[in-house]
Structure formats: C-alpha cells, structure tokens
Design a protein around this ligand. Structure first.
Ligand SMILES: [Zn+2]
Ligand SMILES: [Zn+2]
Length: 351
C-alpha cells in the first residue's frame, strides 16, 4: 500500500488491449484544479466492464486504467476546491459533463458530446488512487464505502425506471437477472407497481429480487410462462436488463398497447425489431444509458433501509492482485456471485 502518494508507484488494472487486462504500477496521478485525489476504498466491477475487457464496445482510449464504480477517501484537493478536505469519505460519479456543449446547455449533460468518463477517457477506479472532478463527488459520512460505490449503478437504474414511467398500479417486466436486473427489482417498489416480474436464467441471481417479485426462470418455466403473466392486456412497461436481441422481441410481444420498452442494456450493432408491432400497438422504445442528475437521489436512497439492503448485492470482495479471480467470478459465477468488488480498504463492504 502507498503511504505517500507522491513517491509511490500505484497498483492499478490497465486494459492494454481487448482481452488483455494487466496489473501495472502506474505513476502517481496528477491533480488538476477543481479535482480530488481519492484513495480508493472499494471499486465494484460492472457488467459493462466485462464487455469492455472482452471487446471494448464503448471505445475506451487504450491503454487505460478501467473501472467506473468506486468510493474512497479524499487524499488531496486540487486548487480551487472549497467543499472537500483530506479525510472526507466520498462517492464518485464517473460521468463528467463538460457543462458547455449544446447537450450540457440544454440540460442533458449526461449525454454530453465532450464527456469525460472514469475508466473510458480518464483513469478509472480499479486503482489504489483515482481522480474525480469535485462536482462529481459527494460526501457520504459514515456510510460504508462499499455501499457508496453502488451510487452510480443505482443512479442508472433510477433513470431506467423513470424512462419506464411506471405509474402506481402498473405492471413491469424486467428481463435479465444480473446485478442491474436485481437492482431494478429492488428499486421498482418505490413506484408502487401492482406487479414486478423478473425473468432470467439463474435462481441464485433472481433470489436477490424482493420476495414480492414474481420470478420466472426461463430455463425451467414453460415457453408460455411470461405470456401467461402478461395476461390478456400485457405489461405496461418492460426494461431490457440483458444484452439480447431475443429478449427485445419477447418484450415487444408482451407489452400492452401504448406500452414502453426501455433499452437499458447495450446491444452493440444493428438489431432487428418488429417495427410493425411497434406501429400497430403504438409502443414506445426508449433508451436509458446514463442518468440525468440522479446522484443525490441515489445517495439518499442508499441511506434508507431498502437502499442499505442493496449492499447484499456485493457478494464478494477481493484485493486488486486477485483481479483474474474477481473478473472470472463477475463474468461466470452466475450461480454464486452478483456484484464483485475490489476491496482496498478493510471493513467497508456492507455486510
Ligand atoms: Zn456501471
Ligand atoms: Zn457537454
């Protein structure tokens, strides 16, 4: 471990090229004005990191220290930073809008055309230290930093639910039982739906959805199981939480007239979609990628009992040095693992 950052080589995970992740010793990061140098406590592996490591679909500038979910302790504050001091425990948001481009000026900074993003074109969180712009950090007090590291995934799930425009008494289908599917199922009750159905392939993973969620294992349930649950009218909304074109077709078939499908998981390239059905049933297809300023909402959620309970989703904490096992668990441990964290500071995982 580094005691004094100036004189240290920092351990970090670098994506050198698709398929090649290396544990490197990086020079200490420089600290620009308005930014914070953060000693990483917990960094969490996201489903998108796994895709990045395999094939870099988002065009990460390589070589790059990856990772975008993380929380830690402020080591130093850059010039001009007023609201943070060394020792502050913070959550970090990976998206850094430029605040100047047409998107930023029109209120959709989360879709900024000049965006800086941890782990894509800025050094990421899979390192002993990372740098975040001060306006993209929040103090979290005594919240376990492992829980604080879930702030951004909670942000994007809240965005997906907002895009689904689920009304009280509505019926929601979540297709995909990975960490995002489970998180969505845990956040959905806030919108007072009549029913939430989660469909996936792993009983272990669907076990992380709340007891009131209807769980459908597509491996063992009959082909018509989801159709029966959709009922004669269909679901009000569906959220795609798995990168599968087949799942898109399933959702489109099961939505009620005027229903909405939120494209939350990424499916790179062209997909074929039954646009005739979209036309005749007046369906809506809506994207959800980043979140529109939901950082504070996500953190206040994580302070509530239901939000604190999301800490259960982190099933494993490993040191950076065991990155191969960590990636393997996150990628393939579908009957044993959910979110896998790099635990750089002991005692911060929410257990
Ligand atoms: Zn993520
Ligand atoms: Zn911008």
């Amino acid at each position: 471990m580094c005691v004094s950052v100036e004189n240290c080589a920092l351990k970090a995970l670098q994506l050198t090229k698709p398929g090649q992740l290396d544990l490197i010793e990086a020079p200490p990061p420089s600290l620009p004005a308005g930014h914070l140098l953060v000693r990483t406590a917990v960094a969490v592996i996201c489903t998108s990191d796994l895709a990045d490591i395999r094939e870099n679909p988002f065009g990460i500038r390589l070589p790059q220290i990856i990772g975008h979910e993380g929380a830690g302790v402020v080591e130093a504050a850059g010039d001009g930073v007023k609201d943070f001091a060394p020792g502050d425990r913070i959550a970090a948001h990976p998206v850094h809008p430029c605040r100047q481009c047409p998107e930023c000026r029109s209120g959709v900074g989360h879709l900024c055309r000049n965006m800086w993003h941890l782990g894509i074109n800025m050094s990421g969180t899979f390192a002993e230290f990372f740098v975040v712009r001060a306006d993209r950090a929040r103090k979290v007090g005594d919240m376990p930093l492992g829980l604080a590291a879930l702030a951004e995934p909670v942000c994007v799930c809240l965005e997906a639910l907002a895009q689904a425009r689920l009304a009280a008494g509505g019926r929601l289908l979540i297709i995909g039982d990975g960490p995002f599917g489970a998180m969505l199922a845990n956040l959905a009750p806030e919108f007072k739906p009549a029913e939430v159905v989660i469909a996936g392939h792993h009983d272990f993973r669907m076990g992380f959805a709340p007891p009131a969620t209807t769980k459908v294992n597509l491996k063992t349930a009959g082909a018509d199981a989801l159709k029966k649950l959709a009922g004669p009218l269909g679901f009000d909304a569906a959220i795609l939480a798995v990168g599968s074109a087949k799942a898109v077709a399933t959702c489109i078939e099961l939505l009620r007239p005027k229903g909405r499908l939120v494209i939350f998981s990424a499916i790179p390239g062209l997909s074929s979609v039954d646009l005739f059905r979209v036309h005749v049933r007046e369906l809506e297809l809506i994207g959800a990628c980043n979140d529109q300023e939901r950082f504070d909402e996500a953190l206040s959620h994580l302070r509530q009992p239901a939000g604190r309970d999301l800490g259960r989703l982190i099933t494993h904490g490993l040191p950076l040095e065991q990155y191969r096992q960590a990636i393997e668990l996150a990628d393939r441990g579908r009957e044993t693992a959910m979110k896998v964290a790099f635990e750089l500071k002991a005692g911060e995982l929410p257990r």
